[in-house]
Design a protein around this ligand. Structure first.
Ligand SMILES: Cc1ncc(COP(=O)(O)O)c(C=O)c1O
Length: 426
């Protein structure tokens, strides 16, 4: 029997929750959950929809598929409702796509931790391709061409590429030029591209314009998204996908619907009502999306500064709520503390400072690299009041509860530096 392990991000989050419930005070930067309050309109809508207890169509009701189609159209992708599917989260849609498309899967290195296990669940081989030094979420185009050649020489069959735009773990948005270069490879090599755009509405630095691969190669690109990140509704499990128009897209969509019909049947009706409302772009949602993006940006930039000041290299964050520092410049002094790779770096921060981060090797990165992902989305406050204040503040980083967490991280980094340089001096 194959032994499977729980997704390490969920495992670590549960450990932190258990320890904190038992009285510890662990600062959780390891989990990509957005802690923001529920919109009042969504709460009212959900309770009114509670009586909708029947199953519905597997792909979603006509109303929610229409709302999804209009959502994509507003984001530059004219869409027919028939191309749209809703599901309990984008995670099962991503898995279903892996079942529906033959061949092996190309992934950026590093990338979201579930793509590779999902590939293995679907009987595929995940093939990692390094990202560039500027942006995450998409592979370096020339490395991608080389990886495809090498994979085929090894009798692998790469047919699917998954990109994350904007990206976790790096918190960056691939530039239009890079997206264009990747799309060229996808066309030349006859691949299907999944553009995971779950962080599309969290972009906080718009100086680099966003370009979806689906704008360039619409007949080869499936777009997935959802409300887990943008509206902080992770536990409500609302995912959305847009399949290409035409024969190729229909084939993938039919495969996904078949998998869905055997695995989750349909998205719960009350959640479809919530999705219909939220994807309909009412002013309250629009206002929340822009306030959240502003907050994500302010806190991510502040954490980026703390880590760069500590000596790490780090891509400046432009989307989502992550930073991905690289402590390579401190490799020699860190080794004196027994920190030699991403596992020991994560453990050291956890054991010595009660700070949980997510080690790079768990995201498919080189295990010897000194990289981790830090999410800023849990720093917005514990009470609804703190979170509302953070959302409406012109300078959230100066709020006492956010400042306290950032100071705690800065103090830990200062202590880490002084300990490593004290050891080196001996
Ligand atoms: C890049 C990425 N894609 C997909 C998901 C899945 O989200 P959900 O299933 O909640 O839609 C996540 C969640 O962490 C993610 O970070």
């Amino acid at each position: 029997m194959t032994s499977w392990r729980m997704a390490p991000n969920l495992e670590l989050n549960q450990l932190v929750d258990r320890r904190n419930a038992a009285g510890a005070d662990i600062l959780n930067l390891a989990f990509g959950e957005s802690r923001l309050p529920l919109l009042a309109s969504l709460a009212a809508l959900l309770s009114a929809a509670a009586y909708q207890t029947t199953y519905g169509p597997v792909a979603g009701t006509q109303a929610v598929r229409d709302a999804g189609a209009r959502y994509f159209a507003r984001r530059g992708l004219p869409t027919d409702a028939g191309q749209v599917v809703v599901a309990p989260g984008s995670k099962p849609i991503l898995e279903a796509i892996q079942f529906a498309v033959d061949g092996d899967v190309l992934l950026p290195k590093p990338c979201w931790n579930s793509y590779a296990p999902q590939a293995r669940l679907a009987g595929k081989v995940p093939i990692s391709v390094p990202i560039t030094h500027l942006y995450g979420g998409v592979p370096d185009p020339s490395a991608l061409r080389a990886a495809i050649r090498t994979a085929r020489a090894r009798r692998l069959d790469p047919r699917l590429l998954i990109c994350t735009v904007p990206d976790t773990p790096t918190g960056t948005v691939a530039s239009p030029d890079l997206v264009r270069a990747i799309c060229e490879v996808v066309e030349d090599e006859d691949l299907i591209l999944v553009s995971d755009e779950i962080y599309r509405d969290t972009i906080h630095d718009t100086r680099t314009p966003f370009l979806s691969p689906a704008e360039l190669i619409p007949d080869r690109t499936v777009v997935t998204t959802g409300l887990s990140k943008s509206l902080a509704l992770g536990g409500w499990r609302i995912g959305l996908a847009r399949f290409p128009a035409g024969e190729r897209g229909e084939r993938i969509l039919t495969g996904v619907i078949s998998v869905a019909s055997e695995m989750w049947s349909t998205l719960a009706r009350p959640m479809q009502e919530a999705a219909d409302y939220a994807f309909g772009d009412p002013p309250e949602v629009r206002q929340r999306l822009s306030a959240s993006a502003r907050l994500h940006g302010a806190v991510a930039r502040a954490l980026h500064s703390v880590l760069v000041d500590a000596g790490a290299q780090c891509r400046p964050p432009t989307g989502a709520f992550y930073v991905y520092p690289d402590f390579e410049p401190l490799r020699t002094p860190l080794a004196t503390l027994g920190v030699t790779d991403s596992r020991t770096l994560q453990k050291f921060l956890f054991d010595e400072y009660d700070i949980a981060v997510f080690a790079g090797h768990l995201l498919g990165d080189d295990s010897e690299a000194l990289r981790f992902r830090a999410a800023t989305s849990m720093l917005y406050g514990w009470t609804r009041e703190e979170q509302e204040t953070a959302l409406s503040s012109a300078d959230p980083v100066s709020l006492p509860h956010i400042r306290k967490s950032l100071t705690r991280i800065a103090d830990a980094m200062a202590d880490l530096r002084s300990r490593c340089f004290a050891e080196t001096a001996i």
